[in-house]
Design a protein around this ligand. Structure first.
Ligand SMILES: Cc1ncc(COP(=O)(O)O)c(C=O)c1O
Length: 350
């Protein structure tokens, strides 16, 4: 079977007429704008925000494309990468009819978005070393399977998923789309799938400005895919999904890529120091290898240690109830000082 997006997308969306915004009809920057019922006098804020922003964020995409090794037309920007997670489900899955495959333990929003959209979920757990159970995944694909979500480096386990195994899934799933969530790719040396998108038509890659770039509050996520897919995502998104403040902040600062690279270097070093110190503690029974800015750590009594840390105003993530993560806490790599305080508290724990 060869990949044909027209067969994967919900049929009514193919024929749907999208909202045409005022700024779709005239894209110039100069003129007297009487087309969008804005306030021509300015804003309540000292800076002016009275004009609607670019609905397709073209200037930003021109800047992102060379950084990521793709064409601007292969980029979709979302209100966090959570937006394209929801949009790809809504684009392809017929409620109560189609299904998606997710691979727990993994990022929680794939399941939440599928549930919100009333889409059946097939869960194929990772192996005990947190890799893909490729045979089971391929065996569970049925004619109604539209999407497979793979997260690499995986959240909450931190490890990279074997590239060859991902490619095996891609090659065996021409009837749908493989979503490769690379939210933590900046922290690893693993090549992204973005430059390979022309080869893998049935892939959508997710990345985000929330982690290594330090822009979680701006809410800016990226989806990369073939041009036809990106056009369809644009067709169903809210017209001005990326607000003007976010667009301006990114445009003015994206050249400051050294901050991102330095952050990665420092946080990866901090992670290694944290590992070597945690290894000395009796209450730590296992530290899982990580290619991300967090560690999954198995403790003797995870819940009690979680509560103890909270009582000391150090907040980590309790993953002990998650499949294959029993007795485990997920801890983000902090600054040197934050890690020092964390280690000090853990050493004092009795
Ligand atoms: C694997 C993964 N994907 C996506 C996201 C969402 O990121 P964003 O802030 O871009 O919505 C997260 C956030 O924690 C994540 O861990």
């Amino acid at each position: 079977m060869s990949f044909n997006l027209q067969n994967i997308v919900r049929q009514h969306i193919l024929s749907l007429a999208p909202y045409s915004s005022a700024r779709d009809e005239y894209t110039g920057k100069e003129g007297i704008f009487l087309d969008a019922n804005e306030n021509p006098l300015g804003s309540v804020t000292p800076e002016d925000w009275n004009r609607y922003p670019d609905p397709y964020q073209l200037e930003i995409k021109d800047k992102i494309a060379p950084i990521k090794g793709c064409r601007p037309s292969q980029i979709f920007l979302g209100n966090g990468s959570d937006e394209p997670i929801d949009l790809i489900i809504r684009l392809t899955c017929e409620p109560k009819e189609d299904n998606v495959i997710i691979l727990p333990p993994t990022y929680g929003m794939y399941e939440v978005s599928a549930n919100v959209n009333n889409i059946e979920i097939q869960k194929i757990p990772l192996t005990t070393d947190y890799q893909l159970n490729t045979e089971k995944i391929i065996a569970s694909i049925n004619p109604k399977t539209k999407l497979i979500f793979i997260c690499s480096p995986n959240n909450p386990t931190g490890n990279l998923i074997d590239r060859e195994a991902i490619i095996q899934i891609i090659e065996n799933f021409q009837q749908g789309i493989v979503i490769i969530d690379e939210a933590y790719n900046d922290f690893s040396d693993e090549p992204s799938f973005v430059p390979a998108l022309d080869k893998f038509q049935n892939v959508m890659v997710l990345q985000t400005f929330s982690k290594a770039w330090g822009l979680a509050s701006l809410r800016l996520g990226m989806a990369f895919g073939n041009e036809e897919l990106i056009k369809l995502l644009n067709k169903i998104k809210y017209p001005y999904n990326i607000n003007g403040l976010t667009q301006r902040a990114l445009l003015e600062n994206i050249s400051n890529i050294d901050f991102m690279k330095d952050s990665v270097k420092i946080l990866n070093q901090n992670r290694e120091v944290l590992i070597s110190e945690l290894e000395k503690l009796q209450i730590v029974t296992k530290i899982f290898p990580s290619d991300a800015n967090f560690l999954l750590i198995k403790f003797t009594e995870a819940k009690k240690i979680f509560d103890y840390l909270i009582s000391q105003k150090v907040i980590v993530r309790d993953r002990s109830k998650v499949i294959l993560c029993d007795d485990s806490l997920r801890i983000s790599v902090g600054s040197e000082e934050e890690n020092h305080i964390l280690l000090h508290l853990l050493k004092q724990y009795k």
